[in-house]
Design a protein around this ligand. Structure first.
Ligand code: J2J
Length: 561
């Protein structure tokens, strides 16, 4: 097991196993079994490519062999920053088979994020697309490898320039032996259970990958997920969403996000033997033709995108006869918009309130409209424990709003190598402090009322205020900075930075200059404040802390004009 990953106490692990939550599956074996069961049926559609389960399995083996060949070993960390292309899944399944750990970066991450997570996870390799969505990842890689000595390989899906092309690592296709299983050194086992004669099979209780947290702290936190716990979460998600081998899931959100990866997402669909269609863009222009051509049955959106789709579908008077379920989550979906889904798109809405740390709540497909439109659902597992508490961790009376705490068979017990932070983010008995303010109604459904964490939820994309503040403070002309959410009609929230200029600065600061400075430092564009307000001093709370509440009110008032 990877060091620095708190896991479940033994009694909990035993219970989760006994109750059948953890079935001892691993991702590598899961794909192997699906390939046996579904062979030539299509697993992934990516652009013009249609990849069968057998081919995915085979390419995964061949890539695993290539990765082993360049020295990627069990437990090694590999930063994966790929858009929604088939290679994303070939790469992660190959790493799963080796027992190496993907560290999921978002395509929008830039030098600051990638350098930090590579360094912190001591990653050995960095896997990128050559160029995508107008951005050259090779240029980013050049900067990152200068800063991170542990990175020995940059592998490129596409034109590699001075780096190694991922395609070169795939060994020769193999003819399957009788019985359907191709033998490669990556999956061949010797009599000691070692594969390829050099390593043992990943254990279901091992950490499978590291996921990035939405974050509330100055530096991003990494979430360790095991094969057992993650497969449980996607298996249950697939069940709740009614997935089977005829389901077609359209992935429009970047697959590195927990939501499109596992709720039930791409992995849940593959678990069910269905077909995954990878979209390169989320706009109606790109997604609608795919919905029709591929006869998509289920897809997942964040609220701002759902609004765009609803408007476009109404304008175009278009119908999607095969679409059964539209999932909306990642940020609060207004009841008004929720009520438009069924009449406009002719499919069932499912609200999803989840988190990369674990707990996922769903409205069920057969819930009454009232529940689907007005609540964010209920926990997916009977073993999810949720508590709603006041500031002193005492349970609030039923129906009242409070802080949501949770623990369960797929909710982490701590972040990777973050002992000090874990002591604050988890209770002493292992409940995760979600930072969400919720209320549970009389029939057990959760309603998200707000948030007590220092984070901005920009249309589903999470931004830790402290991380942006630290970057602002690096500017010599900035004396102090406080970052808050401001209401936005379209995204729900955008980011506003209040900045106190340095008294000794000789040239006056401008917002444009500060934004350029942040971009220059390599901060992802979605974290760059949408608005910068200069201020002489911050309003304070009674105990002398910066009052973010007062700042939020100030900017909301200014917006109202
Ligand atoms: C209000 N806030 C929500 C919702 C998430 C499924 C779905 C979403 C995520 C996700 C995920 C919300 N209404 N419906 O991982 O598997 C806010 C909460 C939560 C935070 C988690 C999944 N759905 N949120 O969004 O890790 O504040 O996961 O704590 O990105 O998003 O963010 P993230």
């Amino acid at each position: 097991m990877l060091a620095g990953c708190p896991t479940w106490p033994q009694e909990f692990a035993e219970r989760y196993r006994q109750e059948g939550c953890w079935r001892g599956e691993t991702f590598g074996e899961m794909l192997r079994e699906r390939a046996k069961a579904y062979g030539e049926r299509i697993a992934i559609v990516s652009g013009e490519r249609r990849i069968s389960y057998a081919e995915l399995d085979d390419r995964t083996d061949r890539l695993a062999e290539g990765l082993l060949g360049i020295g990627i070993e069990p437990q090694d960390r590999v930063v994966v920053q790929l858009p929604n292309i088939a290679e994303f899944f070939e790469v992660i399944f190959a790493l799963f088979r080796i027992g190496a750990l993907p560290v999921f970066a978002l395509p929008l991450h830039r030098r600051l994020e990638i350098s930090y997570i590579s360094e912190f996870s001591e990653a050995k390799a960095y896997i990128i697309a050559g160029q995508d969505a107008g951005f050259d990842y090779r240029e980013l890689a050049r900067e990152v490898i200068r800063e991170v000595p542990s990175l020995r390989h940059v592998l490129v899906a596409g034109e590699a320039q001075e780096f190694v092309a991922l395609e070169e690592l795939y060994g020769e296709p193999r003819e399957p032996k009788m019985g359907g299983e191709a033998e490669t050194s990556a999956n061949k086992r010797d009599e000691n259970g070692k594969q390829g004669g050099r390593r043992s099979q990943p254990h279901p209780g091992d950490i499978a990958f590291l996921q990035l947290s939405g974050g509330t702290t100055g530096l991003p936190k990494l979430i360790p997920r095991t094969h057992d716990d993650y497969i449980y979460s996607l298996r249950l998600s697939a069940e709740i969403c009614g997935l089977n081998d005829h389901s077609v899931y359209l992935a429009v959100l970047p697959a590195a996000h927990n939501y499109p990866l596992s709720s039930p997402g791409v992995l849940g669909t593959l678990y069910a033997g269905g077909r995954v269609v990878l979209a390169r863009g989320a706009s109606p222009d790109e997604a609608f033709p795919l919905l029709l051509r591929e006869r998509v049955t289920i897809t997942a959106l964040v609220p701002p995108l759902a609004l765009i789709w609803l408007d476009a579908a109404e304008r175009q008077r278009i119908e999607f006869p095969h679409l059964q379920v539209l999932q909306v989550g990642g940020a609060k979906f207004s009841a008004e918009a929720a009520a438009r889904v069924k009449p406009t798109l002719g499919c069932q809405l499912q609200q999803v309130f989840g988190m990369a740390e674990g707990l996922v709540n769903y409205t069920r497909l057969d819930d009454p409209d009232e529940v689907i439109v007005h609540t964010q659902g209920r926990p997916m597992s009977p073993w999810d424990e949720v508590r709603v508490v006041d500031d002193e961790d005492n349970e609030v009376p039923p129906g009242e709003a409070g802080h949501l705490l949770t623990r369960g068979p797929y909710t982490i017990r701590g972040y990777y190598r973050a002992e000090e932070h874990n002591a604050k983010a988890f209770t002493s008995d292992g409940f995760y402090r979600t930072g969400d303010i919720v209320r549970i109604n009389s029939d057990g459904h959760l309603i998200v009322e707000g948030r007590d964490k220092d984070q901005i939820n920009r249309g589903g994309e999470k931004i830790a205020a402290e991380e942006v503040e630290n970057q602002l403070l690096a500017h010599p002309g900035v004396h102090d900075a406080a970052v808050v959410a401001m209401p936005d009609e379209y995204l729900g929230e955008r980011t506003c930075a209040f900045v106190i200029p340095h008294p000794a600065a000789d040239t006056p600061l401008s917002g444009v200059q500060i934004k350029a400075f942040l971009r220059g430092r390599g901060l992802a564009a979605f974290k760059i404040p949408d608005r910068i307000e200069f201020i002489d001093s911050f309003p304070k709370t009674k105990v002398g802390k910066v009052s973010k509440k007062a700042l939020r009110e100030l900017i909301a008032e200014k917006q109202r004009g």
